[in-house]
Design a protein around this ligand. Sequence first.
Ligand code: HEC
Length: 189
Amino acid sequence: MKSVIFTGLFLFITSLTLLQCTDSKADEAPATQPTEADLVKQGKYLVGILGCHDCHSPKRMGAQGPEIIPELHLSGYPADRPVGKIVPEAFENGWMLFGSDGTSCAGPWGVSFAANLTSDESGIGSWSYEQFKIALTQGKYKGLDNGRPLLPPMPWFNYTAMKEEDIRAIFQYLKSTPPVRNLVPAPVQ
Ligand code: HEC
């Protein structure tokens, strides 16, 4: 009788262990590849929380402060906007100056203008993923090997450890944005 109980117990425990094994196997199974829609959604989320709009989206002044102009979303410093007069004494007094919507910035390096990140050809429309990755994580202009170093305030050094899947998601999202034609001016040195 005892041995029957023991055998029963043994079989019960073995089947439990087997069940667990099958379960953990299911956990280890390769995750299904994210669809393009998943990547775009994740990329949009990342661009939002990483603050890319602060500098890359033109804004108009609203009652509560600068508000993103929806149709110019992520299109960088508007090329048709005159560059405001810079007061050099500000630098001497330790200031760095931002244009009122954050898309331009003046400091000891000169004046830099936030890039067009939309899917237009004047943005990142014709860029390869590799170019984008190098620009974002190594701070090289257009992600080209011999590209000049990106100027402040582009905080590329914050993104050096960004995971491949996040860079891919951001790139996929930017490629899905409505194209905005805007040839951002070259920096003033
Ligand atoms: C604090 C302002 C600021 C923030 C935040 C910022 N950028 Fe930039 N970014 C710039 C400026 C200014 C430039 C242009 C620098 C130059 O011309 O050297 C730039 C350049 C770039 C470039 C290179 C464009 C080219 O033509 O080479 C890429 C790509 C880019 N930014 C992507 C992003 C992404 C994606 C985010 C968010 C994860 C982001 N930036 C956040 C200011 C910013």
